[in-house]
Ligand binder design. Structure first.
Ligand code: ZN
Length: 339
């Protein structure tokens, strides 16, 4: 995001929930995707560069925008709630999805309804089994810069970083994880500091000694601390926070279930992982919220809960609890040392 504002010309814009305006803007550097409160004059904006679509999000919504290719008459963005027709004007498109969506997928159609795309140019990914989220074709290729691309519509996304070498190619199933956060000693010290400096109580589920799974903010202003007891995570957030339902949906969409990866080429695994992520996001976006009572430091409180399969997330006033299996009946403030 950038505060760069002056001389930005909106090409196409839409309102977004919560009093926001989103727009594709142009200035001398190129195209930007921006959002602002409708009372504010300036946009926070991201440079689109060569990408076909860029996303920006607010509480409970995601805007997806970019340049409209030559010959394209229509842009359709795949969202967790289904396909959304984008607004188009002045060589740009923008759509607002009523959910969080990390990887925008868009297809372009000409005025006959035919897909607008470039000809194939990479090696075919023959062992992919999941269809393109933008156009439903099953015709993927390896593109430049560690990307995979749909030959039918041009939808492109970057593969995650893999470690552990090449995935098994001889029929066995194995776990290969994307490179993730690994706590170093320094990070563990910072985490313990965050717990001490938190401006209010930090909650945890009862049971064994909790472990710090995440924290944010600066030394002077800790914004959240996430503690895990077994597979129950409690994220305590300070300051302004999202609506409980939005927090619960976003959290449950990110909960991964422990499924072994299939033995396929890395590009095919990238496609498979992206499809599973979309399934979780769609299930989360379409799940009905329910209410659950959890006692917090002795006081019963009503949490808004979103459930997808065995996983769930529940939020109330800056406390976000998530896990699988049983919901803990109580949370307590935790101040002790952590592992
Ligand atoms: Zn496609």
């Amino acid at each position: 995001m950038s505060g760069h504002q002056y001389g930005m010309e909106p090409l196409v814009q839409l309102p977004a929930p919560g009093g926001f305006v989103v727009a594709v803007l142009r200035d001398e550097l190129g195209l930007w995707l921006g959002s602002r409160r409708d009372s504010a004059e300036s946009y926070g904006a991201t440079l689109i560069e060569e990408r076909r679509a860029v996303a920006t999000s607010g509480p409970g919504w995601t805007a997806v925008g970019g340049p409209l290719p030559d010959r394209a008459d229509r842009a359709v963005v795949r969202g967790p709630g289904g396909p959304v027709d984008a607004e188009t004007a002045n060589g740009a498109f923008i759509a607002v999805l009523a959910a969080n969506e990390a990887g925008p997928a868009v297809r372009f159609e000409d005025d006959d309804g035919l897909l607008v795309r470039d000809p194939p140019r990479g090696e075919s990914i023959a062992d992919a089994t999941d269809r393109c989220p933008a156009c439903t074709a099953l015709d993927w290729e390896r593109a430049v810069e560690d990307c995979v691309r749909c030959r039918a519509c041009g939808h492109t996304f970057r593969m995650p970083l893999f470690y552990g070498g090449q995935a098994s190619t001889h029929g066995r199933w194995q776990h290969v994880q994307p490179d993730g956060l690994r706590f170093t000693r320094t990070l563990a010290d910072q985490a313990a500091d965050a717990l001490r400096k938190a401006p209010g109580p930090v909650y945890a589920a009862p049971g064994s000694k909790p472990e710090i799974r995440g924290f944010g903010g600066s030394d002077d202003a800790i914004s959240h601390v996430k503690l895990a007891t077994g597979d129950i995570e409690v994220d305590t957030r300070f300051g302004t926070h999202e609506l409980p339902e939005d927090s619960a949906r976003a959290a449950v969409a990110q909960l991964t279930t422990d499924v072994a990866w299939p033995a396929r080429s890395q590009p095919a695994i990238a496609i498979w992982l992206d499809a599973r992520r979309r399934e979780r996001e769609e299930a989360s976006a379409n799940a009905r919220p329910s209410a659950v009572e959890i006692t917090v430091d002795g006081r019963p409180r009503i949490f808004t809960m979103i459930t997808v399969g065995h996983t769930w997330a529940a939020a109330c006033d800056g406390i976000l609890v998530s896990g699988s299996g049983d919901v803990p009946p109580a949370l307590h403030a935790y101040s002790g040392s952590t592992s």
